[in-house]
Design a protein around this ligand. Structure first.
Ligand code: CUA
Length: 335
């Protein structure tokens, strides 16, 4: 309505209308209550103003009035809670069919890797109408992935994954911000989300010569020697990883955990933390030997073993065809 004075950012995701509806409701409710309270303040100030010869009389209160102004707000607040919780649940639950994008934040840039292998910095291309799940981690400090037009904001933490998702509804270019103060160049940690028509997006995807993330992970799996223990049969010294991702895993200490991204990540960096039942804690840590990007690729590979059951786990060969620091030297971590 106001082109040069927008009241809120463009709505460009499936979540945006729901967020705005709740927000508008809260603004109207707060506005209504403020007007009501100030109207009463003015009205009573005039009505009960001091007049010569009139003495104030004590009022003992009214149960009916107090119950009314307690019970009505209670239901209003409960409605806000239920509404907000439902919206939050929706925002926190990526649809199953979502394509995955790995995000590594660092001082001061956003690094993206598509499941298809395309890598981008401070710019992310996505197709319109497609659910996109962001699997995010940080290489150094806490950042926050914020796309106002999508109504999406999620902290990005070092040492673990956080997740958000969106479905863009309108082609265009939208601002990406870092919304957590992360050092002197925090304000420069910005980028763009390019939402494209599906056909255009396919053309963009096929433009590069990228190796899909899972395939890059497969090469790492071979070059790091994982394959010597994690074999696709029951003869390996480590668990067979085929079909593990997303499934419950029985641990040596009797607990059962779900093999989600976080678990796979932890098992690479800190293999002793959760030993699978029937195996010995013999796996070395890969902390400092793989970059965040390589870690994401390894996770993508382990997950890909579900989609094509009995996907041939590669023979232990020294494959070094990888475009992100394949040598043993870990990438310098910015402190
Ligand atoms: Cu990254 Cu602020």
């Amino acid at each position: 309505m106001f082109n040069n004075f927008p009241l809120w950012p463009e709505r460009a995701s499936s979540l945006a209308p729901g967020v705005d509806a709740l927000y508008i409701f809260l603004v109207i409710l707060s506005g209504f209550m403020s007007v009501l309270i100030f109207a009463f303040v003015l009205f009573f100030a005039a009505k009960y103003r001091r007049r010569p010869g009139v003495l104030a009389e004590q009022i003992e209160g009214s149960n009916a009035l107090e119950l009314t102004w307690s019970i009505i707000p209670m239901f209003v607040f409960l409605a806000i809670f239920v509404w907000g919780a439902a919206l939050y649940y929706k925002m926190r639950t990526p649809p199953r069919d979502a394509t995955e994008v790995y995000v590594v934040a660092k001082q001061w840039m956003w690094k993206f890797e598509h499941a298809e292998g395309q890598r981008e910095i401070n710019e992310l291309h996505v197709p319109v109408g497609q659910n996109v799940k962001m699997i995010m981690t940080s290489q150094d400090v806490i950042h926050s992935f914020f796309v106002p037009a999508f109504r999406v904001k999620q902290d990005v933490l070092p040492g673990r994954y956080t997740i958000t998702w969106f479905k863009a509804t309108k082609p265009g270019t939208y601002h990406l911000f870092c919304a957590e103060y992360c050092g002197s160049q925090h304000s420069g940690m910005i980028g763009w989300i390019d939402v494209m028509e599906p056909a255009q997006y396919q053309a963009w995807l096929s433009g590069g010569t990228a190796i899909p993330a899972a395939q890059a992970g497969q090469q790492l799996f071979a070059s790091l020697g994982c394959v010597t223990c994690h074999r696709a049969d029951t003869q390996g010294r480590g668990p067979n990883l085929v079909g593990v991702a997303g499934k419950p895993v029985l641990l040596e200490d009797g607990r059962t955990v779900t093999a989600d991204d976080e678990y796979i990540r932890e098992s690479i960096l800190n293999p002793g933390a959760k030993i699978v039942a029937g195996f010995k804690p013999i796996m070395p840590t890969f902390q400092g030997m793989v970059t965040e990007e390589q870690l994401n690729e390894l996770v993508a590979y382990v997950k890909s073993l579900n989609q094509t059951p009995l996907n041939q786990i590669p023979k232990p060969t020294s494959v070094t065809q990888n475009n992100s620091a394949p040598s043993g030297a870990p990438q310098m971590q910015v402190q």
